[in-house]
Design a protein around this ligand. Structure first.
Ligand code: FAD
Length: 465
């Protein structure tokens, strides 16, 4: 029987937040990017928030909440987009913002606590070893490494290093279980997939070991093109230039730069398509030679040499889901898709989508490596009208061969490819036998025979029937 009062009493010696406004603020992430999730999750709030300062305190929180059947939802910085850090059934939010120790930095790897902000981790690694994280979410300045590992998928740096869960991009994870007596487990290799991108549904990460790459003063650039497909081809060709070291290749279909990028607007026309790039300083000669071979492309901004009256800020904060954020600030009816164009026929798929949906759908591409090959992912902007129309657009993408990873869902399976990750389900059975960790996010735990014929509705969602 869930006993919130008893759990709170037993944890009252820890850093507990009980003020309604604090609890509510710590119960929300960036789910509101999706009108579908906003409609279903806007009322969700925890009963209380606890902020452990150490692994020992994490263990205490899990032991006490297990004893009193209180659900526990972990929070890094709450910048996730699918309600991952939102406590659907209330209970306890465990906010790891105090766990910020960087324990060891070695050339090529770092060991730290999960609550370290990505930017602080990079600063520590640069100082200690002249290295930085291989890849980060574009929420580099606000997100935590633990939240990235448990809820993210890739980002700035993926053009060189691939996706976060690709082998070698996470070295080791220390994980605490939710049992009567919580255990501490160390995961490497195949075991990592049990908890990486599992939304904290089956174990709490208390220590992270990540690989690093040499740190550079990356040159951040905007390149303008008058033709969208030319911009996409330029992105594909640049990705294939192995001698030019890159950290970001984003492509924005017009009028996205003019309409939504305030500080870029004075420098582009409505019809201007644009790339956002990060290139290593030692690769700039090669890059400028590459660009000179493309008369249709114009370098309009470079961070190390520009005359813009107002600096645009970090170019990576125009890419990934920052593009959607910038669009939402101008037009609240905008929402987005997550698209995988793949490694084959990506340009044809882009052209087909454009013919069929522009300007209702405006494409925003991100180049990643996948299996050593160039892969286009996308976070397209959509002018939202109805849920039915949004589903129609997503179904049409699938028909065209562009896979959708549906961001308008709060479960692991629906956000993926409508299948459970058996490794994660099996570990949940072992590590969280009462199913108290982030409930409602793994359909297979609650309803193994779910048919995926409609959006799943977690039966114990607060306020549900
Ligand atoms: C503007 C914008 C841009 C974004 N760009 C990107 C991007 O480029 N790439 C990308 O992948 N994502 C992106 N995101 C999503 C999100 O910002 C990232 O995934 C980020 O790294 C999440 O970190 P966080 O600390 O905010 O995690 P949270 O949102 O707090 O948590 C994410 C998930 O991880 C779980 N969790 C957190 N800490 C732990 C832990 N220690 N142990 C177990 N589970 C834990 C939470 O329960 C939750 O399920 C973006 C979001 C926004 C709003």
């Amino acid at each position: 029987m869930t006993d919130i009062a008893a759990a709170k009493a037993a944890l009252s010696h820890l850093d507990l937040a009980e003020k309604e406004s604090d609890v509510r603020a710590s119960s929300r992430d960036f789910f509101w990017y999706s009108p579908v999730l906003k409609d279903r999750l806007d009322h969700v709030t925890a009963d209380f928030v606890v902020r452990p300062k150490s692994e020992a305190e994490v263990i205490e929180v899990l032991r006490v909440c297990h004893a009193h059947d209180v659900p526990v939802t972990t929070r890094g910085a709450g910048t996730g987009n699918y309600g991952q850090a939102m406590p659907l059934a209330g209970g306890c939010v465990m906010h790891l913002r105090h766990m910020t120790k960087v324990k060891e930095v070695h050339p090529g790897r770092v060991i730290c606590e999960p609550g370290v902000l990505l930017k602080d981790l990079d600063a520590a690694c640069r100082e200690a070893a002249g290295h930085e994280l291989r890849m980060v979410s574009s929420t580099w300045s606000t997100a935590t490494i633990g939240g990235f590992v448990a809820g993210g998928s890739g980002g700035v740096g993926s053009v060189t290093w691939g996706a976060l869960r690709d082998l070698g991009n996470i070295i080791r994870l220390r994980v605490v279980t939710m049992e009567a007596e919580p255990r501490i487990l160390e995961f490497r290799g195949e075991e990592l997939a049990r908890v990486s991108h599992a939304y904290g549904t089956n174990g709490i990460i208390t220590e992270v070991e990540m690989p690093l790459a040499p740190a550079y003063d990356w040159v951040e650039m905007f390149v303008a093109c008058d033709d969208f497909m030319e911009a996409a081809v330029l992105a594909q060709d640049l990705a294939a230039e192995d001698g030019i070291l890159k950290k970001l290749i984003s492509v924005f279909e017009a009028p996205v730069p003019h309409a939504y990028f305030q500080r870029v607007r004075p420098h582009v026309a409505e019809g201007t398509h644009m790339l956002g790039l990060m290139v290593a300083p030692q690769s700039m000669d090669g890059f400028l030679t590459f660009l000179a071979r493309r008369p249709g492309a114009r370098l309009i901004y470079r961070s190390d040499d520009h005359d813009w009256p107002r600096s645009p800020g970090p170019v990576f904060e125009y890419g990934w889901n920052h593009t959607t954020l910038r669009a939402l600030k101008v037009d609240p009816s905008i929402t987005y898709l997550q698209v995988r164009y793949g490694t084959e026929g990506a340009l044809e798929k882009m052209a087909a989508i454009r013919d069929r949906f522009a300007p209702e759908v405006l494409q925003h591409l991100e180049v990643m490596k996948e299996g050593g090959r160039t892969m286009f992912a996308g976070l397209s902007l959509v002018k939202f009208t109805t849920e039915a129309r949004l589903d129609e657009i997503m179904a049409a993408h699938e028909e065209i061969g562009a896979m959708i990873f549906n961001p308008h869902r709060y479960t692991l399976e629906e956000g993926g490819r409508q299948t459970v990750d058996d490794r994660q389900l099996a570990f949940k059975r072992e590590a969280d036998p009462k199913g108290l960790l982030n409930p409602g996010k793994m359909i297979a735990w609650d309803d193994p025979h779910w048919g995926y014929d409609r959006m799943y509705a977690y039966p114990k969602l607060q306020g549900a029937g």
